[in-house]
Design a protein around this ligand. Structure first.
Ligand code: GLY
Length: 364
């Protein structure tokens, strides 16, 4: 027997900048060139975002003599599948993009995830940048390189870790966002505060009214803080083997609610809010979190207009989904729980009986 070693130890530098600001779009073409990202580009987006901002971005690039062909697909989670992915790859290929070209993802989480996955796989990977247009994408999904699509068998079941080369967060997009979308993003912002940053939590308690009335300075502060939190987590644990798991706070029950209601009844933020309401009660039950802090957490979610009580859903089905959740350990239910506001713990295994005992009084 001959043994041949393939030695592939390597150091990679996937560092990138997140630029947060107002009136940022017009800076992008020059910044891409300054950073040496791509020599040709395609804009990947959905039909809604294309209608609202497609030609504006094309015009900004045209002023710098850069063509920006648009490749788009119908908006919504239902498009986040292998069929759309294959169609996008075909269209990108027809445009003649090569390995030095770059993809510009303009949109919310679905656009970022699918455009990033196209970039990760086209010619085995070409650069891409994110221009998030929703609050959730600005503070969470555009940062950290989780890209992919859903399978019929499971959400985000097919994908990769593939970091963008830059993220451009233009807070002017918040102006046009419906209140529901703002609330959905707020759920993840409150989550970041609960698990990592008690000062951010206090700021949110004080400034919620201003945020809801779209006060720009308050949003600038909150978005910058949240991008820093997300960036720090990704730096520490890109592939989700430790600290990044904390970001799943509220997501086990939240995901079960979304699955059992077939993603039709609640936004992601609403489902996560109910999940966080459960998780804080569980944390109290486990003797970790004080009653007072649990109430503060629930009060902030309610003040943001987010639900903290669950609909009456079949418990058996909920538990079945939770057992299959990526966070379960050997079929046992595992949760992220709070020790206090600003501090969390992951991989806490909890008996099903206790989960039922905590959920039941929260259901209508
Ligand atoms: N949105 C969770 C994560 O990026 O890990």
């Amino acid at each position: 027997m001959e043994k041949i070693n393939v030695r592939l130890k390597r150091t990679v530098d996937d560092s990138y900048e997140i630029l947060v600001g107002s009136n940022l779009l017009s800076e992008i073409p020059k910044d891409l060139q300054k950073k040496g990202i791509g020599n040709r580009y395609a804009l990947v987006t959905d039909h809604n975002v294309e209608r609202l901002f497609g030609s504006r971005l094309q015009e900004i690039f045209r002023r710098e003599n850069i063509q920006l062909p648009i490749v788009s697909f119908p908006a919504g989670e239902k498009s986040k599948n292998l069929r759309t992915f294959a169609e996008l790859l075909g269209k990108i290929h027809s445009l003649g993009l090569d390995r030095k070209s770059a993809i510009i993802a303009l949109g919310g989480g679905v656009v970022g995830d699918i455009a990033g996955f196209v970039a990760a796989t086209y010619f085995r990977g070409i650069p891409f940048v994110q221009i998030p247009t929703t609050l959730l994408a600005m503070i969470d999904s555009s940062i950290g390189g989780k890209v992919g699509v859903d399978l019929e068998q499971g959400k985000n079941a097919c994908g990769a870790f593939f970091q963008p080369k830059a993220v451009y967060v233009d807070i002017d997009f918040l102006e046009g966002l419906p209140r529901k979308e703002l609330q959905s993003g707020l759920a993840e912002i409150i989550k970041h505060a609960l698990i990592f940053d008690s000062r951010l939590f206090e700021f949110l308690e004080k400034s919620l009214r201003k945020l809801i009335s779209k006060d720009k300075a308050s949003w600038m502060h909150v978005i910058q803080k949240n991008c820093r939190i997300k960036a720090a987590v990704v730096e520490k644990d890109e592939k989700e083997s430790g600290a990044r798991k904390m970001l799943n706070y509220g997501h086990t029950v939240g995901h079960a609610i979304e699955t059992v209601t077939r993603y039709k009844k609640f936004s992601h933020g609403e489902a996560v809010s109910m999940g966080m309401s459960f998780a804080s009660r569980l944390s109290v039950k486990l003797g970790l979190l004080s009653e007072k802090e649990s109430l503060r957490s629930t009060a902030l979610l309610q003040a943001a207009g987010l639900p903290v009580r669950l609909p009456a859903l079949p418990m058996g089905k909920m538990l079945e989904v939770m057992r299959k959740d990526k966070k379960s350990i050997g079929g046992k239910l595992s949760f992220v729980v709070l020790e206090r506001i600003g501090n969390a713990r992951h991989d806490v295994i909890v008996p099903e009986e206790l989960v039922k005992e905590v959920i039941a009084p929260l259901m209508d």
